[in-house]
Design a protein. Structure first.
Length: 100
């Protein structure tokens, strides 16, 4: 009985481990090819694609700008920027992300 329980547990752990392993040919999120595609999708172009107008456009742009600011601050921290360099980088990064 103990052997059967042990075998069942081992099969369960093996199934969980195999389920978490990504396929070898799947591109990862950190590949350089994925970055330009995300960079081309500015907030303005996304809003135009969704055909937003009025309050929906304003709300979307505010959220998109907040997300871009957070992302750019994270990138600036990752590049170990501080002071004026960080401010300049963040301003340009957000501007590029919004599409102005």
């Amino acid at each position: 009985m103990k052997r059967m329980l042990l075998a069942t547990l081992l099969c369960g752990f093996a199934a969980v481990t195999l389920a978490q392993t990504p396929p070898a040919n799947a591109p990862s999120a950190s590949t350089p090819a994925a970055a330009p595609a995300a960079a081309n999708a500015t907030c303005k172009s996304q809003a135009a694609d969704k055909k937003l107008a009025g309050a929906a456009l304003t709300s979307f742009m505010k959220k998109c700008q907040a997300d871009a600011t957070a992302s750019c601050n994270t990138q600036a921290t990752g590049k170990k920027l501080a002071g004026a360099a960080k401010t300049s980088f963040t301003k340009k990064c957000v501007s590029d992300a919004i599409g102005t």
